[in-house]
Design a protein around this ligand. Structure first.
Ligand SMILES: [Zn+2]
Length: 153
């Protein structure tokens, strides 16, 4: 993608404060950090977002290795954030503008939350209520079928 800023960072055409790099994945400090050390884990493969990543039988071995390494780096990055800053960390992935995605190249945020730091944004647990147990079960069934379709061997 010629006009993708994260592809340019991945190729080194645009400089960044890198915290990890391999042949498949790069991680670098966010340009607009929510906290000290906030960084992004980015596959060098240009996928628009997490919904664009092939899964199950649709995933070529190379793609599967790339997405596996992304999540390995997220896990290592969370552990590193706890080691470097103390406290904890948030992991955030935004797919789609409705979810707040601003750069259309898959990325996972690792946001260190140091002890004594600012209170993280409140997540709205309980903001949605199912109309009934049947409605809740119907939603679970729709998601179950859609995930199974993507994960089928
Ligand atoms: Zn890109």
């Amino acid at each position: 993608m010629d006009d993708c800023i994260f592809c340019k960072i991945a190729s080194g055409a645009i400089p960044s404060a890198k915290v990890y790099e391999s042949g498949r994945v790069v991680a670098f400090l966010d340009a607009n950090p929510m906290s000290e050390g906030h960084f992004l884990v980015v596959p060098k493969t240009h996928w628009r977002d997490l919904a664009a990543v092939p899964a199950g039988a649709a995933a070529a071995a190379d793609d599967a290795a790339t997405i596996a390494e992304v999540w390995q780096v997220v896990a290592a990055g969370v552990a590193a954030a706890v080691e470097v800053f103390g406290g904890g960390a948030n992991v955030l992935q935004c797919t789609g503008e409705e979810a707040g995605q601003t750069v259309p190249h898959l990325h996972v945020h690792v946001i260190p939350r140091p002890k004594g730091g600012e209170t993280p944004p409140q997540f709205s647990s309980g903001a949605f209520r199912y109309a009934s147990d049947e409605a809740r079960a119907a939603t679970a069934a729709k998601l179950d079928a859609a995930i199974a379709k993507r994960m089928q061997p």
